[in-house]
Design a binder for this molecule. Structure first.
Ligand SMILES: Cc1ncc(COP(=O)(O)O)c(C=O)c1O
Length: 418
């Protein structure tokens, strides 16, 4: 989706979220604050489901992208199911109202306790990442007299073409089993009394902007499913993971939801199997901004400025971790000459830079800036580094807004300590 994102628009020169001025949210909830558009969250979830209308998928929202309870509840109400990446995310999914048979569970290094919980709940699928994990699931299912629903995560050895830290489908990464391992594993699993092999799973990475890797990954498991069917092993579903990218930079070329569907459906459709999707970023990313106040201005040696704001890498780590670009806008711009600047946070790290080499309208201490497209991998990756409390989170619903996660206090942070 290129260009300005509907949901966050300028009215009378000021940036709004739907029918609420962002300045009103900042005045009421304080800063830094993550602000989400309920309308956008729902619209984007519905748009992705609609793009696959001629082969209706089970869309399992990837909770890791934004695990705030109210956001996860919105996803359920918009027609999604859930994809959990940890025991904690399974509990969030349950509390958001998902049934166990609406939850798939993925993750390298699932602990014994997490597997016991997943097996005994009877999740729709545990996406197994290694032969050893399959053994552990089998033993737990046998001990509980159950039959666990397991899918095998395949590493298709595909380069997703995104940042190395968020690429997961190459053979050098820790994720999944090789195609050969997966074939052997599934054949063997099919003979076990306490396992039900329900599918194959693949997730090659995040922020993918080209169709070819997505097609290649889907084709790998589609071909495997056909081969297994020839051997008499009939699966229920193919899970092609998440990964669809969004336009963080103006004019950045990305796939539309329809182009995504067109990239994968031709290889999935002939299998006749149910299609599971695990999107995160594409749904929630553009539906959120991080609102922050300027706390200081300081000129650099080269004449440019530091615009120092009250949000930092503890609220949004993507720029520091992935050198990611986020558009940064002044909420109520003033007239005057542009300010050439770096927008930085208050954390004692040089990497605590939200935007480098930017040009902003002139700003003063106390002005508000909005960091765009922070609804995915924003609040959810927050830390308390420098003893900074987690920012508040706000949901805008038309002309109303409410706090869905209150700002953390120092007492909240210290309450677990002796
Ligand atoms: C297993 C799995 N599924 C789904 C996702 C969601 O990916 P994205 O937010 O790029 O759609 C991730 C994130 O990387 C993941 O690890």
């Amino acid at each position: 989706m290129a260009g300005p994102v509907p949901g966050f628009e300028r009215k009378h020169g000021e940036l709004w979220c739907d029918d609420v001025a962002l300045s009103a949210v900042a005045d009421g909830a304080g800063t830094p604050v993550h602000v989400y558009s309920r309308r956008l969250l729902r619209d984007r979830c519905a748009a992705l489901i609609a793009a696959f209308a001629d082969y209706p998928p089970d869309l399992h929202y990837a909770i890791k992208a934004n695990a705030t309870l109210a956001v996860v509840r919105e996803m359920r109400e918009a027609g999604a199911h859930a994809d959990a990446n940890s025991g904690g995310e399974i509990e969030v999914a349950l509390r958001a109202g998902f049934r166990p048979d609406e939850i798939v569970f993925t993750g390298v290094g699932k602990t014994h306790d997490e597997l016991v919980r997943a097996v005994t709940l009877g999740l729709k699928a545990i996406n197994a990442e290694s032969p050893g994990e399959v053994e552990r699931i089998d033993a737990i299912a046998a001990a509980h007299g159950m039959r666990a629903r397991v899918a095998v995560r395949v590493n298709p050895d595909v380069d997703a073409g995104s940042h190395p830290n968020i690429s997961t489908g190459h053979k050098t990464t820790k994720f999944g089993m090789t195609v050969a391992q997966a074939y052997a594993m599934v054949t063997e699993m099919a003979r076990r009394e306490h396992l039900h092999v329900v599918g194959l799973h693949v997730h090659i990475g995040s922020q993918i902007t080209r169709p070819a890797p997505l097609t290649q990954a889907a084709a790998t498991i589609a071909k495997m499913a056909a081969t297994l069917a020839d051997q008499g092993i009939q699966l229920e579903h193919l899970d092609i993971g998440g990964g669809l990218g969004i336009a963080y930079e103006p004019g950045q070329e990305v796939l539309t939801a329809e182009e995504y569907a067109a990239a994968v459906l031709p290889v999935i459709r002939p299998t006749g199997l149910r299609l599971v999707l695990e999107p995160g970023r594409w749904i929630t990313g553009p539906a959120g901004v991080l609102l922050s106040r300027v706390v200081d201005l300081k000129q650099q040696a080269d004449g440019r400025w530091f615009v120092i704001v009250d949000a930092g890498m503890t609220d949004l780590i993507r720029p520091a971790l992935y050198q990611a670009w986020h558009e940064i806008e002044v909420v109520t711009p003033r007239d005057g000459a542009a300010l050439e600047c770096d927008i930085v946070g208050p954390v004692c790290e040089t990497s605590d830079t939200l935007g480098k080499q930017r040009s902003l309208p002139p700003v003063q201490v106390g002005d508000l800036v909005a960091v765009r497209d922070t609804g995915a991998y924003g609040a959810v990756m927050a830390s308390n580094y420098n003893r900074r409390p987690a920012a508040a989170e706000v949901m805008v619903d038309g002309a109303q807004w409410r706090v869905i996660r209150r700002r953390q206090t120092i007492d909240d942070m210290l309450q677990w300590e002796a």
